[in-house]
Write a protein that binds this ligand. Structure first.
Ligand code: NAD
Length: 327
């Protein structure tokens, strides 16, 4: 491919990805699979690396999420809510480990967590009282969805200690609630939701909280935005502390001493993900030490101290099995 062809290809990929991102993040109605989106994004990133002159800050490869809807009151995040870098196989996980070790000198421990497929939200507590909930939006500006989040029973309205903290997590729709909802939609002649992720996002981004209240949504909290007098030194301590405060964290997380242990954890979930009663689309791997996280810092779009291993899409697995069977 020459430079002119590369420029045209980059342009087409950017237009496609912008459209898909708008449908997915703003309308909660994707027209292509995540697998297809991720493949196009990888192609764009590779071309932009090959032709650095063609890189631009407004490329979808540099941007987080989607534009907040005007119907909602806007919320400025004190610390941006970013995306995550991706790894699609064991070798890319080892590359991530090499990059981490280049950016920090001491020994590195990781925390692995399930990557819940829902909507990223921020919950703000003042002196232990839940005061505001927001979507990630474009990373800097989200939508105020406090009233909808109050309908989720597992979000405590008061923490067990009077702390001022902004926690982050994933609101999701359990598989069972999703099936019941889509059955009801179909019998009413309405368009069903594409998947539990879009159903959760579509339910929380409604102006009438009665809708969210009927949808049996749930939440897992997995991180901290801002914490006044933060008593912790490691991400694993934060997960423990959040639980003590009464926040619902996912119990399947694991501390790993090296990347091979991470890879074993990832592979065990490739097999067992279907047993869960909620959907996950991968595993998130985070450097445990907060000092090391600070050393590593962020790119414009994601932290350098974390990555998301993305599971192969179900249709890709089926294709692989078909190929293997036909050989
Ligand atoms: P991402 O989904 O790859 O990862 C970042 C998100 O992971 C965070 O914002 C957080 O919400 C979530 N997450 C879940 N569990 C977590 C945990 N334990 N710890 C930390 N974070 C956790 O990135 P993204 O920017 O949110 O979205 C991009 C992805 O969305 C794409 O890779 C694609 O899969 C999908 N997408 C699909 C379409 C489509 O048309 N099908 C369009 C746009 C995006």
């Amino acid at each position: 491919m020459n430079a002119t062809e590369a420029k045209q290809k980059i342009e087409t990929l950017r237009q496609n990805l912008e459209q898909y991102s708008y449908e997915y993040h703003t309308l909660d109605a994707p027209s292509v699979s995540d697998y297809e989106y991720d493949k196009k994004m990888q192609e764009l990133i590779k071309l932009e690396e090959e032709y650095p002159d063609l890189q631009t800050p407004d490329s979808p490869s540099q941007r987080v999420g989607g534009k907040p809807l005007d119907a909602f009151v806007k919320v400025q995040h004190d610390i941006p809510m970013l995306s995550l870098g991706n790894a699609f196989n064991d070798e890319e996980l080892r590359d991530f480990d090499r990059r981490v070790k280049n950016g920090t000198d001491a020994e590195v421990n990781y925390v692995c967590e399930l990557k819940i497929d829902g909507l990223a939200v921020s919950l703000k507590y003042e002196d232990g009282i839940f005061v505001r909930g927001a979507t990630r939006g474009d990373g800097t500006t989200g939508e105020d969805i406090t009233k909808n989040l109050r309908t989720i029973r597992n979000i405590p309205l008061r923490l067990k200690e009077p702390v001022t903290v902004e926690v982050r997590g994933e609101a999701y729709m359990p598989k069972k609630s999703f099936m019941t909802l889509n059955e009801a939609k179909e019998s009413n002649g309405e368009e069903p939701f594409a998947n539990p992720r879009n159903a959760a996002a579509g339910s929380l981004r409604q102006l009438d909280p009665k809708i969210a209240a009927k949808r049996n949504l749930d939440i897992f909290l997995y991180g901290i935005g801002v914490w006044e007098n933060d008593p912790t030194e490691a991400h694993s301590e934060r997960l423990e502390k959040m639980k003590e405060l009464g926040l619902k964290t996912n119990p399947e997380w694991k501390k790993c001493n090296d990347i091979e242990e991470v890879i074993d954890y990832v592979n065990s979930w490739v097999e067992h993900r279907a047993d869960l009663d909620y959907e996950i689309d991968g595993i998130v791997i985070k450097v445990d030490s907060l000092d090391q996280q600070e050393d590593l810092g962020f790119t414009a779009k994601s932290p350098r101290w974390a990555t998301a291993y993305k599971f192969p899409a179900e249709e890709a697995i089926t294709k692989l099995i078909d190929i293997e069977l036909s050989v």
